[in-house]
Write a protein that binds this ligand. Structure first.
Ligand code: NAI
Ligand code: CS2
Length: 498
């Protein structure tokens, strides 16, 4: 895209003095484009000469040490390039991050991070460490205490490697010093993400000290939140097009203009006045969370697996095809929307129409491969929880069955033309073993995947009609291709927006 054709709005950041009141774990693209932007709005409103108390210390504990060093070298300033379309972008400067740390197992900053989290000025810890970063079984929600990083943190609680481990150690230090705890705010795409984070932290603490676990249970707030902004992983092409706009900072991110944050208002130690900056503070996030996870993320995952099998690269390229739009409408109207208790005032048709427009934004280049990663951690809340509700009501879930068939085929590691793609998932080795053992028998393969109780609830595992639907869809995909299979599924379905 030529810079000259682009309408650019520039939003400089105000960088007044700021204390550090929030620690964030997971200094990734989404954090830089979402939570940090809301905090920048708050800082920009702080009267000149006054100090904001809500500056950020943002840390990685798993990857991307380079970014930490680059942010430090760049005085923590970076740009968020918000594209409404390929000709219109807002270049928003963000300087809300005041400290960046790399506290990975091989990193220098673990003690600095724990000290910062134990500082009484820090009153909130937020997280975007991906669904797998909590080491909870996607199915049961129980702590995976046998997972190597968790086993490490059980054995070495004062030098943790995991996000739950960092939280437990910091809380233990605050308790020992008589310092009030911080509020823990999860910003990952999980249902009831505050309760799930609580479960991971309390379960891990229980391995260490029952009294500490009880104290956390009784004293620490874990509000849930629903977060929404499409922030694709940066590519070299993104960096080149930002350079053409005069943006060269290594921390820059590309995203859509849409942004939403709905947060349960439970912050005993206080919080920024987020309402002023567009955050919706509510008593119960669940209706917002379930709607978004099943309608946006559930559709994303359908596009990811079925689009990838068809050799399609990006979200916007997939929804440009009528068959894929028909599939989404079928899934939304027949399978997902009937399971929802919508937030007050929300209209499902308006919401899904807006999703199609957002998915069609061709300036984002949102790769299906990124969405396809970690499917074992995503499909339970995106498809399967709603699927259980529909099957219990004796309603067919053919689009969900097609999605599962597409996911199983995707885990082979090639598209339908044999083109390879990575299978980036904590359970990738398990999947490979199942394909080796059952690859020649589609029914046995599907039963073997359905028997993965970390992913599939027993209701779905035991439903023979659902299993047969998956087998049929898998064979249709492999014999007739993706779009023919979708068309056959949706043939008798009147589509509002095909
Ligand atoms: P990213 O790849 O840019 O960053 C991932 C972050 O997670 C990195 O800081 C990495 O160090 C950390 N991480 C990964 N595995 C970890 C582990 N096992 N333990 C601790 N930290 C770990 O990805 P991005 O875009 O920042 O997304 C992160 C999460 O944010 C997503 O998984 C999702 O839950 C949430 N999110 C992302 C959106 C997006 O469009 N990118 C939108 C809404 C939510
Ligand atoms: C995507 C999400 O990568 C994925 O799994 O479905 O990151 C999606 O972009 C966000 O949830 C949008 O808010």
């Amino acid at each position: 895209m030529a810079a000259a054709d682009t309408h650019i709005e520039r939003e400089p950041s105000r960088r007044g003095p700021s204390g550090i009141g929030i620690v964030h774990l997971g200094l990734g693209a989404f954090h830089r484009a979402h939570q940090a932007v809301y905090l920048q709005r708050s800082i920009n409103r702080t009267p000149t000469g006054e100090e904001s108390e809500w500056g950020l210390c943002s840390a990685n504990i798993r990857s991307n040490r380079t970014l930490v060093d680059q942010l430090r070298d760049g005085d923590y300033r970076y740009h968020v390039a918000e594209f409404s379309d390929s000709e219109h972008v807002t270049l928003r400067e963000v300087s809300a991050i005041r400290e960046a740390l790399y506290a990975g197992p091989d990193g220098p900053d673990r003690e600095a991070l724990l000290a910062r989290m134990s500082n009484p000025e820090v009153r909130i810890v937020t997280l975007t460490v991906t669904e797998k970063g909590y080491f909870l079984s996607p199915g049961s929600g129980e702590l995976l205490s046998d997972a190597a990083p968790i086993a490490h943190d059980i054995a070495h609680p004062e030098s943790p490697d995991t996000a739950p481990g960092m939280l437990v150690e910091a809380l233990a230090r605050r308790r020992a010093a008589g310092i009030a705890p911080f509020t823990v705010l999860c910003c990952d795409n999980m249902p009831h993400n505050g309760q799930r984070t609580r479960r991971a932290v309390v379960s891990l603490a229980r391995h260490r000290d029952e009294a500490l676990a009880e104290w956390i249970e009784a004293s620490v707030a874990f509000p849930s939140s629903m977060v929404d902004r499409i922030v694709p992983a940066m590519t070299d092409a993104d960096r080149q097009r930002l350079a053409a706009l005069g943006v060269g900072d290594p921390g820059a991110v590309v995203c859509e203009t849409f942004s939403q944050w709905v947060v349960e208002d439970d912050f005993p130690q206080g919080r920024p006045d987020w309402e002023t900056d567009g955050v919706e503070m509510v008593a119960d996030v669940a209706p917002f969370e379930t709607m978004k996870l099943r309608l946006l993320n559930g559709a994303h995952s359908l596009l990811a697996y079925l689009g990838a099998l068809a050799g399609i690269e990006t979200v916007d390229a997939a929804v440009a095809r009528p068959a894929f739009r028909q599939l989404l409408q079928h899934y939304w109207q027949q399978e997902a929307i009937p399971t929802l208790s919508l937030p007050d005032g929300a209209d499902a048709g308006t919401y899904t129409d807006s999703l199609l427009a957002r998915f069609g934004n061709d300036s984002l280049h949102h790769r299906l491969q990124q969405i396809a990663m970690d499917g074992s951690q995503k499909i339970p809340q995106r498809w399967l929880a709603g699927g259980v509700e529909r099957l219990t009501a004796d309603d067919a879930i053919s689009a969900t069955a097609l999605g599962v068939a597409g996911w199983i085929r995707y885990t082979v590691g090639t598209d339908l033309d044999g083109q390879p793609h990575p299978v980036d998932d904590p359970m990738a080795e398990t999947f490979a073993a199942l394909h080796r053992r059952h690859g020649g028998d589609r029914a046995a393969l599907v039963d073997a995947f359905l028997a993965l109780d970390a992913v599939f609830p027993a209701t779905l595992r035991d439903d023979r009609l659902f299993a047969q639907q998956i087998v049929d869809a898998l064979m249709q995909l492999e014999s007739g291709g993706v779009e023919a299979t979708i068309t056959a599924l949706t043939l008798n379905f009147s589509d509002r927006d095909a």
